[in-house]
Design a protein around this ligand. Structure first.
Ligand SMILES: CC(C)(COP(=O)(O)OP(=O)(O)OC[C@H]1O[C@@H](n2cnc3c(N)ncnc32)[C@H](O)[C@@H]1OP(=O)(O)O)[C@@H](O)C(=O)NCCC(=O)NCCS
Length: 182
């Protein structure tokens, strides 16, 4: 199906609409906008008929998971320094219509413009459909295998909150034909 989608970096005033229309908290979106303001990220939003229908965060400094695992998995260093496409989500009622693909291809274009040779995507092992999509778009595992990370953070109320990511894998894609093989 052909859908008219416009993809743009998110702007300050859009946070309430994003919280309302796509899953995610005000705190999360404000963090993405903050990173974008600092030049560390580009937070893309896909729009359809003036409604936000999808999102993707490009973390230009690379996946946060790499420094967390590089001591126990030195091969992870191969994934460092490439932009990481994260928090990819399409509104539930708009999935399966090419919006996720469009967001990823748009992010790849921005990465090519910045002369990055590769891009990285994290995916949970219990998310085979998302992984199938990424593999269809050319992303592949580089032998790093499955890993889990965990830690704590302090929430707005001062409580220590434990978090766990994964089990997940990192997938990588060459963005240009001229890029050498690993
Ligand atoms: C994964 C996701 C971003 C894909 O966006 P999308 O707009 O549906 O993707 P496209 O239409 O470009 O491609 C469709 C493909 O996405 C994949 N997909 C994954 N979950 C899907 C879902 N719930 N509905 C439809 N397609 C899904 C499938 O591979 C599908 O191909 P298929 O129709 O052959 O099964 C979207 O499904 C989503 O938001 N899922 C929930 C959040 C998530 O899992 N994010 C990924 C974190 S790594």
């Amino acid at each position: 199906m052909s859908v008219k989608i416009v993809i743009l970096p998110a702007a300050e005033g859009e946070v309430p609409l994003l919280v309302q229309q796509i899953s995610g908290t005000k705190r999360e979106y404000e963090n993405y906008l903050h990173l974008q303001k600092e030049g560390k990220a580009t937070f893309l939003v896909a729009w359809e008929d003036k409604a936000p229908v999808g999102r993707l965060l490009i973390r230009w400094d690379g996946s946060l998971e790499i420094p967390r695992i590089v001591d126990r998995m030195p091969i992870a260093a191969k994934f460092a320094g490439y932009p990481s496409f994260e928090n990819i989500e399409v509104r539930l009622d708009r999935r399966g219509r090419g919006i996720g693909t469009a967001l990823i291809k748009y992010a790849e274009q921005l990465a090519r413009q910045r002369k990055f040779e590769r891009a990285v995507i994290e995916v949970d092992i219990d998310n085979p459909r998302a992984r199938a999509l990424y593999e269809r778009l050319g992303y592949a595992e580089l032998g790093l295998g499955v890993f889990t990370t965990s830690g704590t953070y302090v929430d707005d109320a001062g409580h220590i909150v434990e978090w766990t990511n994964g089990p997940q894998v990192l997938l990588i894609k060459k963005l240009s034909e001229n890029t050498s093989k690993f």
